[in-house]
Design a protein around this ligand. Structure first.
Ligand code: C5P
Length: 393
C-alpha cells in the first residue's frame, strides 16, 4: 500500500524525535518515498543527517537555506504528498497548525498541503492535558486531521501520564488508513501459519506437500496492512515479509510448539498451513540405500495443532478438499471448534496449491456460506479478514 507513495514526515522538538528515525525507516522499507521536514528545535534532538541516511533523500529543516528554492519547492512537495505525518507533534506545533501559522518548515508544509494530515502528539502530561492543547487538538480533529493519541506511560520527566508517542505500529496503521486502506485490525494480535510442513524420513528425504505458503503470507501481509501485530509461523521458503514477526519451522511438531507459544497473547489464530497428518515413526540416521527392492515406511499421526490448541481466541481453519468440499469443511468446523473455515477445491487448477489465485467458500458457525469468485490470494485474504474483524467485535 505504501509503495511509491509520497509521505511527508514532519518532525518537531520532542524527546520522542529519535523515534521518528525508526518511523522513517519503516516507511522507507515499506516502499514509500519519505520526505522529511523538521523544525529547528527537532534538529536539537536528532540530526537531519540521520534522517537523510535512513530515507536516502534530502531533509529540510531550515526555511531559508540558500541552496533550496523552497518557496516554490515546498509548495510543490506539499501538493505532491499522499499523506503528511507529524510525529512527534509538540504542543507548540499543534497550536501553530490550529492557528494556521507557517513560520517553520513543518507548519508551512501542513498549511500548503491538501493531503490528509496525521498528528501523533508527544509531550509532558500537563502540556497534553492543558485545555488549550485539548482545544487545539479538537479544532484539528474538526478540520479532518487524524490524531493518533499518545499513550499512558513513563514520560521523560520521570512522571507517569498520558503523553508518550503512540506505538509506531499504530502510527503506521493510521498512515495506511489515510492512504485508503483500513486500520480495522489496529492493536489486534494475529497468529498466522503458512506453508507445508516436512517430516523427515532420513537425512535427504522427507514427506511433504505442494503448499507454497502464498495464502498464509497474503493473510499475514493483509493483516499487517490493516494494523494488526502479526506472527507468521512458516514452513515455507518465501521471502520474509517486512513488519511481521516470522518464526520458521519445518515439522508439524515444531509448528505446534511455535503456535502454542504464540497464541498466549493472540486475538486470533489463522491456520493456513498444510500440516502433515503423518510422519515416519522413526527417522533413519543414515541415508536409506535404494538397493532394497521395496521400502515400507511405518507412519504415525502428527498432532492436530488446530484441534488441540488451548486458549480463548478466534480460530480460523482451512479445508483443502477434493470432494464433498462444503460438507467436509463443515464437519471440520465443528470437530475443531472453529469460528470460521475457509474451504477450497484443490482440484481446480486456478485455486489452491502454488498459484496466486484462490476460489474459496467462507463458512461460519452461523449465517449463510459465502462463496467467493476466483480472486487473488491477497483479495481472498482481505475477505477472510473482513469476517475476522466482524467476529472480533
Ligand atoms: O488437515 P485438515 O483438512 O484437517 O486441516 C484443516 C485445518 O486444520 C487447517 O487449518 C490445518 O492448518 C489444520 N491442521 C492442523 N494440524 C494438523 C492438520 C491440520 O492444525 N495436523
Amino acid at each position: 500500500m505504501l509503495t511509491n507513495k509520497t509521505v511527508i514526515l514532519g518532525i518537531t522538538g520532542s524527546i520522542a524525535a529519535y523515534k521518528a528515525a525508526e518511523l522513517a525507516s519503516k516507511l522507507t522499507q515499506a516502499g514509500a518515498k519519505v520526505e522529511v521536514v523538521m523544525t529547528g528545535s527537532a534538529t536539537e534532538f536528532i540530526t537531519p543527517l540521520t534522517l537523510r541516511g535512513v530515507t536516502g533523500r534530502p531533509v529540510v529543516a531550515d526555511m531559508f537555506e540558500p541552496t533550496l528554492e523552497w518557496s516554490i519547492e515546498h509548495v510543490a512537495l506539499a501538493e505532491a504528498a499522499d499523506v503528511v505525518v507529524i510525529a512527534p507533534a509538540t504542543a507548540n506545533i499543534i497550536a501553530k497548525m490550529a492557528a494556521g501559522l507557517a513560520d517553520d518548515m513543518v507548519s508551512l508544509t501542513v498549511l500548503a498541503t491538501k493531503a490528509p494530515v496525521i498528528v501523533a502528539p508527544a509531550m509532558n502530561v500537563n502540556m497534553f492535558e492543558n485545555p488549550v492543547t485539548q482545544e487545539n487538538l479538537a479544532r484539528l480533529k474538526a478540520r479532518g486531521f487524524i490524531i493518533v493519541d499518545p499513550e499512558y506511560g513513563r514520560l521523560a520527566s520521570g512522571a507517569k501520564g498520558k503523553g508518550r508517542l503512540a506505538e509506531l505500529d499504530k502510527i503506521m496503521a493510521a498512515i495506511e488508513g489515510a492512504l485508503g486502506g483500513s486500520a480495522d485490525l489496529a492493536g489486534k494480535r494475529l497468529v498466522v501459519t503458512a506453508g507445508g510442513t516436512r517430516e523427515r524420513i532420513d537425512p535427504v528425504r522427507y514427506i511433504g506437500n505442494p503448499s507454497s505458503g502464498k495464502m498464509g503470507y497474503a493473510l499475514a501481509e493483509a493483516a499487517r496492512d490493516r494494523g494488526a501485530k502479526v506472527t507468521l509461523i512458516t514452513a515455507s521458503s518465501l521471502p520474509q515479509p517486512e513488519g511481521i514477526t516470522v518464526v520458521p519451522v519445518e515439522t508439524a511438531a515444531q509448528m505446534k510448539q511455535a503456535v502454542d507459544r504464540a497464541v498466549a497473547k493472540a486475538d486470533a489464530l489463522l491456520m493456513a498451513a498444510a500440516v502433515a497428518d503423518y510422519k515416519p515413526r522413526t527417522v533413519s540416521r543414515s541415508k536409506i540405500k535404494k538397493a532394497r527392492p521395496g521400502l515400507t515406511l511405518k507412519l504415525v499421526r502428527t498432532p492436530d495443532i488446530l484441534g488441540e490448541v488451548k486458549g480463548k481466541f478466534l480460530r480460523v481453519g482451512f479445508a483443502a478438499e477434493s470432494d464433498n468440499i462444503i460438507a467436509n469443511a463443515k464437519k471440520k468446523l465443528v470437530k475443531k471448534n472453529l469460528d470460521l473455515i475457509v474451504a477450497n477445491d484443490i482440484t481446480d487448477k486456478k485455486s489452491g496449491f502454488g498459484v496466486d489465485t484462490n476460489k474459496v467458500t467462507l463458512i461460519g458457525k452461523q449465517g449463510k456460506d459465502e462463496s467467493l469468485p476466483l480472486m487473488s490470494k491477497r483479495e481472498v485474504a482481505d475477505k477472510i479478514l473482513d469476517r475476522v474483524v466482524g467476529l472480533l467485535k
